[in-house]
Design a protein around this ligand. Structure first.
Ligand code: CAA
Length: 708
């Protein structure tokens, strides 16, 4: 028997135990071990019941995702789960940690489920662009009502043990050792002489109005999960459970699953699953380098960013001292934080006492000396080099030796900021995204002199506050904003060429961006980009059309949502309303500047914005600003609303084909302003070689390592 699965006896109860770190994923060894264990137990004399549990931190956390690309070696999921379900004596799953995907499907194939009170059950397959492919779509609606089953899988969110008990999925919930609890449960079954209770033999629950229910869910999915195929396919699979006998239902599930696994949507989402874990591995950084502890935080600037960052740390139980120049700024900042927490309380996601605990962790102060004990101080004032330098000089004087000083700059040269201190090795960029307490991305900027343990601490503190930390090197805008620049430049130019803001944003949103870029500017404040451009005016192209719409809106004070109008007008609920005055103004300006009136359509808008962004991404890779193409994908999907199901800009580029993108860029060079359309040498090289960013990354090994 494969050693990852062992069998032992406790009296007349057999204990089957999976031990396959880190998360007991159901790989080939686990499948083979389970099948063998259950086949042997079938004929073993004197076994009255079986408990199936896991060692380590969790019950099986799913199929082995790596196998989806390499193919599933036998035995397959159905074979293994049938061996469990066929058992002639009752099988009790002992669930702790997270029973996810194939793990939950194992639990569903068991005859009874005993859960630890901290356990969670979930089928998150849609986050991977697939459906539960080990019987989950057929068994779950036989254990809990149909609509609850659909909602659980559509949400991809695991449900807590108590809810599982309430719905009838878990037969018992225990605190303490779940294996003991399941054993006691199994003994009781044995004492009663209970037989197996096979899920497959039960009827689907709550299927009376199934046709209407599926119609409603399909309409809902078409609206909320646009451009995706797996959610609709999921509904087809669950509907098969209602319409077909179990075995035929499994066949339907299997056919749908086989179609989805190799499709682009699933490949893109798998790519991100691994990319989000890969970002933690920094080539060239020794595993011996240990992080410095972050137990006390300092923040400079009580504005939107400073407040949001403070909340991240308070949520993680870390005390925060917030310094600002005036009492009014501190009061306003603290009031905003409280209001944000109150909103969570009103939504029910936070208890009032938790809010109070978190507020107590925040100490406002007017005195920089109050930051003297902090382990990490993050400067979060607006983008102005002179101001940041002044603050860093002050911090250098008060912050204790060994503390780290971070800057939340989104564009500025961190080497220049660090140079005003006597300890540039303790300085690092920590670029949060607004709203900082919500957005999952943290861009970690490794400046020229940042010490290795400071970089490791930055990665660790990202984890501490549940963010995905991605390392970049210093350049204007780092990874995210640098690529955003040409993307937005094209969107802006289209407005001068006769497109409306709705057409531009509509094209980007149709592609799948969470929000069109013009609506993003309105939300963030149209002045933000404008002020940043003023700071680097000397570096900008000599082109009167460059970001001209943005400049014109600024000149008129049409700064977006906060002004009630920007690219759009806004009602009191901040709903976008098209504004013909803006359209006229920008079209007239385009004509005045002799911009060709191309009236770009959806496809052209998408191609121009996205290919300009991808081309810049290729430059970032050449320059070593981003370590990996997949890091760029993580930045864009977790910080910029790029659709996850397209895998991020660089993965998307590979799916389009670099040759096709390269040729389109050459065409844009011929037909648009050539100064913006020089293919990046890396893109050109890969396109001409018929290669891809993924292949380039795979062949690179440790090149591009952080030099420490
Ligand atoms: N397959 C392969 N590897 C997996 C895995 C899986 N299902 N789940 C986790 N891992 C790996 C991770 O890649 C990571 O590896 P590295 O350390 O080498 O980077 C390691 O296990 C630890 O994972 P995390 O860092 O994510 O650990 P965590 O404690 O933060 O989270 C977890 C644990 C909640 C289980 C999380 O890993 C997770 O959500 N895993 C995926 C769960 C999932 O989606 N399951 C469904 C799979 S699809 C399926 O099952 C289809 C089917 O119907 C048969």
């Amino acid at each position: 028997m494969a050693e990852v699965v062992s069998v032992s006896m406790s009296g007349d109860i057999a204990l089957v135990s999976i031990d396959s770190p880190p998360v007991n994923a159901m790989d080939q060894k686990v499948r083979a071990g389970l099948k063998q264990a259950f086949e042997q137990l079938r004929t073993r004399q004197g076994v009255k019941a079986i408990v199936l549990g896991c060692k380590g931190r969790t019950f099986v956390a799913g199929a082995d995702i790596k196998e989806f690309d390499t193919g599933i070696a036998p035995p397959g999921y159905y074979e293994v789960l049938a061996a469990i379900e066929d058992s002639p004596c009752p099988v009790v799953a002992a669930v702790h940690g997270t029973a996810l995907g194939g793990g939950m499907e194992i639990a569903l194939a068991c005859h009874y489920r005993v859960a630890h009170d901290g356990a969670r059950f979930g089928l998150p397959e849609l986050t991977l662009g697939i459906i539960p492919g080990a019987g989950g779509t057929q068994r779950l609606p036989r254990l809990i009502p149909l609509e609850a089953a659909i909602d659980l899988i559509l949400s991809s969110k695991p449900m807590p043990a108590a809810k599982a008990r309430e719905l009838g999925l878990a037969d018992a919930v225990v605190s303490g050792d779940v294996a003991e609890g399941a054993l006691a449960f199994a003994r009781e079954l044995a004492a009663r002489g209970a037989g197996p209770r096979r899920t497959r033999d039960q009827a689907v629950l709550g299927a009376e109005n199934a046709a209407e229910l599926f119609e409603t869910k399909r309409a809902q999915v078409a609206k909320t999960m646009r451009n995706r195929q797996s959610p609709l396919a999921l509904l087809d699979a669950i509907e098969a459970a209602v319409k077909l006998p179990f075995d035929q239902g499994l066949k339907a599930e299997s056919a749908i699953s086989d179609r989805l696994v190799p499709a682009t949507e699933a490949r893109a989402l798998r790519h991100l699953f691994f990319a989000e874990r890969e970002v933690r591995r920094i080539p060239g950084l020794s595993a011996e380098v240990k992080p410095r502890p972050v137990t006390r935080l300092g923040i400079v600037g009580a504005g939107t960013m400073g407040g949001g960052i403070s909340m991240c740390y308070a949520n993680a139980g870390v005390p925060v001292t917030i310094v600002d120049a005036t009492q009014a700024a501190l009061d306003k900042g603290m009031a905003t934080v409280r209001k944000n927490y109150e909103r969570s309380v009103a939504r029910g996601s936070l208890k009032p006492e938790q809010m109070e605990q978190r507020m107590k962790l925040l100490t406002p102060s007017l005195d920089y000396a109050a930051l003297g004990e902090a382990d990490l101080v993050i400067e979060a004032v607006y983008e102005n080099m002179a101001l940041k330098k002044e603050i860093f000089a002050k911090l250098d004087a008060v912050v204790r030796k060994g503390a780290i000083i971070g800057t939340n700059t989104s564009t500025l040269d961190i080497d220049e900021i660090a140079a005003v201190t006597k300890r540039p090795e303790d300085v690092v960029g920590l670029h949060f995204f607004s709203p900082a307490n919500v957005m999952p991305l943290l861009e970690i900027v490794h400046a020229k002199r940042t010490a290795p343990d400071v970089l490791v601490t930055a990665l660790e503190t990202a984890k501490q506050i549940k963010k995905t930390g991605v390392v970049a090197k210093v350049c204007y805008g780092f990874i995210g904003n640098r690529m955003m620049d040409p993307y937005a430049r094209e969107a802006e130019h289209c407005l001068l060429e006769g497109a409306t803001p709705e057409q531009v944003d509509g094209a980007l949103e149709q592609f799948g961006m969470a929000m069109g870029i013009l609506a993003v500017f309105d939300m963030a404040g149209v002045d933000i980009g404008y002020l940043t451009r003023l700071e680097r005016k000397h570096l900008l192209p000599d082109d009167p059309t460059f970001y001209r719409p943005d400049t014109m809106l600024n000149e008129r004070g049409w700064l977006g949502q906060k002004a009630g109008r920007g690219y759009y007008r806004y009602d009191s609920a901040r709903k976008r309303i098209p504004d013909p005055e803006v359209v006229e103004l920008l079209w007239a300006e385009g004509k005045r500047l002799k911009v060709e009136q191309r009236k770009p359509g959806t496809a052209e808008i998408q191609e121009r914005c996205l290919y300009a962004m991808i081309n810049e991404g290729a430059r970032l890779l050449e320059e070593g600003v981003a370590l990996r193409a997949s890091d760029i994908d993580v930045v864009y999907t977790s910080g910029y609303g790029f659709p996850r199901y397209r895998g991020g800009p660089m993965f998307y580029a590979d799916t389009v084909g670099l040759k096709a993108i390269y040729e389109r860029i050459l065409e844009f060079r011929r037909t648009l302003d050539p100064q913006y359309w020089t293919p990046a040498p890396l893109l050109e090289m890969l396109a001409l070689a018929g290669s891809s960013f993924a292949a380039w990354q795979a062949g690179r090994g440790n090149q591009g390592a952080i030099s420490t």
